[in-house]
Design a protein. Structure first.
Length: 239
């Protein structure tokens, strides 16, 4: 009985010390992440051009079926407390489009926002703002792809008055401006033209976003580019 009494305060004290330390560390993480975004020593503190070059080189490896061998467990513990993505990518939700694979990047390298039709809505824009403001990404990319079903559906709505179920009409409303812009060009391939216009319009929206993204772009801390992934060849082309 006395032995238990003698040891109880020490055990109680150790538990409280460890709990206090954990709470202190947890409280400091948001502040640290804010600091990392502005820290020139972070791994992703590279020029936008360098980030883009890394993506394009990775895509060359992917298209040639010669990806780098990666140990995905390496650095896992370090990634628990921090992430240093080199690019934030707005991509289509299409199952055939996987930015990490087609750019041959590993865990923690890309901050990906995926939505059918790869357009910027308010929630997606907030995610990109977070990547710029707090993660310090040097590059923003809108990644469209060939044979996009969402864009094709928007064409059918615009041209044929197709009726879609559920929440799909709301999604299509965000893509229709690209279809209309493409129609004005009178292209031989309306789907390809609309996919390209959709990418361009959403890159423009990034430039128009105030104050976070537009200010970062104006200061040349970040670059925004548009691109299209060819499902057949595996290659990404800038537009």
């Amino acid at each position: 009985m006395c032995n238990r009494c003698n040891h109880a305060p020490a055990s109680f004290s150790r538990r409280h010390f460890m709990l206090g330390a954990a709470l202190t560390l947890a409280a400091s993480v948001p502040l640290l992440r804010t600091a990392w975004a502005a820290d020139p020593q972070t791994p992703n503190a590279i020029a936008p051009e360098a980030a883009l070059q890394r993506l394009l080189q990775g895509n060359e490896r992917y298209a040639a079926n010669a990806p780098e061998q990666k140990d995905h467990s390496a650095g896992r513990a370090a990634r628990v407390s921090a992430q240093y993505p080199i690019a934030a990518i707005l991509s289509c939700a299409d199952s055939r489009v996987s930015p990490e694979l087609l750019f041959d990047q590993g865990p923690g390298d890309l901050f990906v926002v995926r939505l059918a039709g790869n357009f910027v809505d308010d929630d997606g824009l907030a995610s990109l703002e977070y990547a710029v403001k707090f993660l310090g990404v040097p590059l923003l990319m809108v990644l469209g792809h060939t044979n996009c079903g969402a864009v094709d559906a928007a064409i059918k709505v615009v041209k044929d008055g197709a009726q879609l179920p559920g929440h799909l009409p709301e999604l299509i409303e965000s893509i229709k401006p690209a279809v209309i812009a493409a129609q004005e060009r009178q292209p031989s391939n309306l789907l390809a033209a609309a996919i390209e216009e959709n990418v361009k319009l959403n890159v423009k929206r990034m430039h128009d976003d105030e104050p976070i993204v537009s200010e970062a772009l104006a200061a040349k801390k970040v670059a925004a580019v548009g691109s299209i992934y060819d499902l057949a060849t595996g290659k990404v082309s800038l537009i």
